[in-house]
Design a protein around this ligand. Structure first.
Ligand SMILES: [Zn+2]
Length: 99
């Protein structure tokens, strides 16, 4: 789980989970209020992690009805987003101040 750059407090899973669905708006540290933005590489990773299973379902499994495909796609997207908070990295501008 990603930590605050400034004070080292770990971000909560639900903070990051909500942030994913808020399209990666900056998150504030609960302890010190420093803003953190998602690292660009993590954003790319998240996009791949969500899109690849969706394409896999949509194109590799023949014979699913449209309704079932949509259900599977939303299910997979939701499932992946449950795991993403453990993978994604956030950083603050705090590093810039130190340089
Ligand atoms: Zn902090």
């Amino acid at each position: 789980m990603t930590k605050c750059d400034a004070c080292g407090v770990k971000f909560k899973w639900e903070d990051i989970f909500v942030n994913i669905w808020a399209l990666y708006r900056p998150i504030r540290c609960r302890a010190c209020g420093v803003k953190h933005k998602i690292v660009y590489a993590s954003r790319t990773l998240a996009a791949i992690a969500i899109v690849v299973p969706i394409f896999a379902v949509a194109f590799l499994i023949p014979g699913l009805s449209v309704g079932l495909k949509v259900a599977v796609i939303f299910g997979l997207g939701f499932f992946v987003s449950l795991l993403l908070p453990f993978i994604l990295k956030y950083e603050s501008n705090y590093e810039d101040y130190k340089r």
